[in-house]
Design a protein. Structure first.
Length: 497
């Protein structure tokens, strides 16, 4: 798919589908007015007839409008100006894309006059248009014998004034990098557990390293992790025939000697719960338990494509959590790489067991900041539902930057407390710390567990259990969240570092 910026007169724009906005109560947007003038009142007449009212995301497709070069004109409702927020803007883009795909147009030009979202600047509107239009083109068919019909659309352009074009070009470059990062994460998430194993994730990371000169990838196998004392991480994969992997992706886009920012992803390629076996209903969804890893790999993809001037290390802790005669049992005690011992009271609280060793490993990069991403707790879905990522941090400035990045990227997070009061829930009679803290505040106690391993640096934890995938119907599948938040965070760091 080609995305580009075009200039010129909307009436003579050559495309198979030109998209212009109709505001609430049928008011024509500037581009719709210009078309109407060229068409001698044709559009105002149709809108006046009540065929479209301008409600958010409402569409009306017109063919061969007189005096207009475009083969089709798609009128799209922009809604009331005070209701033009990210959510409605995304609905507008989604509904426009459905209409464009529906008529199998090969090219489309959006002329939305920057009216999509009221509190957006031009850059952000264009970038979101690209991200969201691009996401509508993602199709999963890797494991279907009958491949999806190829989408006929091969060019999407945005019509801008010449003055806005330079900014527009940057927005397109960033938007395309984000689409690729998001699609990478979705594809990894959607692949089944029998294909997307820890070894597969490692191969994909190595392939990404081959593509980009600035990215060095190395893989630690079980023997190497054993040498480092990562017994907690290794305990999770004991019951599995699939070997665990620690994937390290070092992006060196910044100055030599500039500090590293570290991202750590939970890569449980399937979570049965282990000996603390999960119930059968919906267990297939635990193939998505590597979506934290997928987000990190997606953000690394976007980062490489944007050539950000920053040093970033992406670490993925990959393992499969299975029950077997070799599996870790409730009550087992392991020694982590940090030296702290953990009593594993529930083998289904495995994410924190792989992350803690990866977080200790992160110390060797002398990080400026560390952000981990994980589908860590069902409790996060109870607390925040499917809209916000849970954010917990030992550093207010880092937490606030991540919240802000989430708002900018329309990939929202919400902070939960990480107070000392909660730490006591992790007390163990037999080890330094237990891996579960009981029913109250499960997301907080999971983060409390991680906080025991992140004392030496500025750290934040993102719990994406509620947002990483959709469970229902036609939409079932990975969402690519939180690639936008992470990428925005890195972009902001690159701009200020
Ligand atoms: N991967 C799950 C968390 C999860 C559950 C994410 C459902 C999305 C949907 C995690 O490994 C897990 O099983 N957590 C347990 C922790 C508990 C045993 C303390 C949970 O949330 O029940
Ligand atoms: Mn689990
Ligand atoms: Zn899990």
């Amino acid at each position: 798919m080609d995305f580009e910026i075009v200039n010129g007169d909307v009436a003579t724009c050559e495309t198979e589908c030109l998209i212009v906005g109709i505001e609430a109560d049928g008011q024509l947007s500037p581009s719709a007015s210009a078309l109407d003038k060229a068409a001698q009142g044709y559009i105002a007449d149709i809108v006046g007839g009540g065929d479209i009212q301008g409600k958010t995301a409402e569409t009306l497709l017109l063919q061969k409008v007189p005096g207009v070069t475009a083969r089709r004109v798609l009128l799209i409702g922009l809604g009331k100006s005070e209701e033009r927020n990210d959510r409605n803007y995304r609905k507008i883009v989604k509904s426009a894309m459905a209409a464009i795909k529906g008529v199998r147009a090969q090219s489309a030009v959006f002329a939305l006059d920057g009216l999509g979202s009221k509190d957006d600047d031009q850059y952000r509107q264009i970038r979101h248009l690209i991200e969201w239009a691009g996401s509508e083109l993602y199709i999963y068919d890797e494991t279907k014998s009958k491949k999806a019909d190829p989408i006929s659309l091969d060019k999407i352009a945005i019509l801008l004034s010449e003055d806005d074009s330079e900014l527009g070009e940057y927005a397109v470059l960033d938007g395309v990098a984000l689409v690729n990062g998001i699609s990478t994460a979705r594809e990894l998430g959607n692949l089944p557990g029998n294909i997307c194993t820890p070894t597969y994730l490692a191969e994909q990371a190595l392939a990404l390293g081959e593509e980009h000169d600035a990215l060095e990838v190395s893989i630690l196998d079980e023997d190497e992790m054993e040498q480092l004392g990562m017994h907690s991480l290794l305990s999770v994969g004991h019951g599995s025939d699939q070997p665990s992997k620690l994937i390290v992706m070092h992006y060196k886009g910044g100055e030599e000697g500039a500090k590293n920012h570290v991202l750590v992803g939970k890569g449980i390629t399937f979570d049965t719960g282990g000996i603390s076996l999960k119930g059968g209903a919906g267990m297939d969804e635990m193939k998505f338990d590597m979506c934290g890893a997928a987000s990190v790999m997606g953000a690394m993809t976007a980062l490489c494509e944007m050539n950000l001037e920053l040093n970033v290390v992406g670490i993925v802790a990959a393992a499969e959590n299975m029950p077997s005669g070799c599996a870790t049992k409730p009550g087992d005690i392991v020694t982590t790489m940090s030296g702290q011992t953990v009593e594993i009271l529930n083998t289904d609280a495995e994410g924190r067991l792989v992350l803690c060793d990866a977080l200790t490993y992160a110390e060797r990069f002398e990080p400026e900041t560390v952000v981990d991403v994980a589908t860590l707790t069902g409790a996060c879905i109870v607390a925040l539902g499917h809209h916000a990522t849970g954010l917990l941090s030992n550093d207010d400035a880092l937490a606030n930057s991540l919240l802000q990045a989430g708002d900018q990227a329309a990939d929202k997070a919400w902070r939960l407390p990480l107070w000392d009061e909660y730490q006591e829930q992790l007390d163990s009679n037999f080890a330094d710390i237990a891996n579960i803290g009981g029913p109250p505040a499960g997301t907080v106690t999971a983060a409390c567990f991680l906080s025991r391993f992140t004392k030496s640096y500025r750290w934040a934890h993102l719990d994406i259990a509620g947002v990483a995938w959709n469970s229902k119907g036609k939409d079932k599948g990975a969402t690519g969240r939180c690639v936008p938040l992470l990428s925005q965070h890195l972009m902001n760091l690159a701009a200020t570092d």
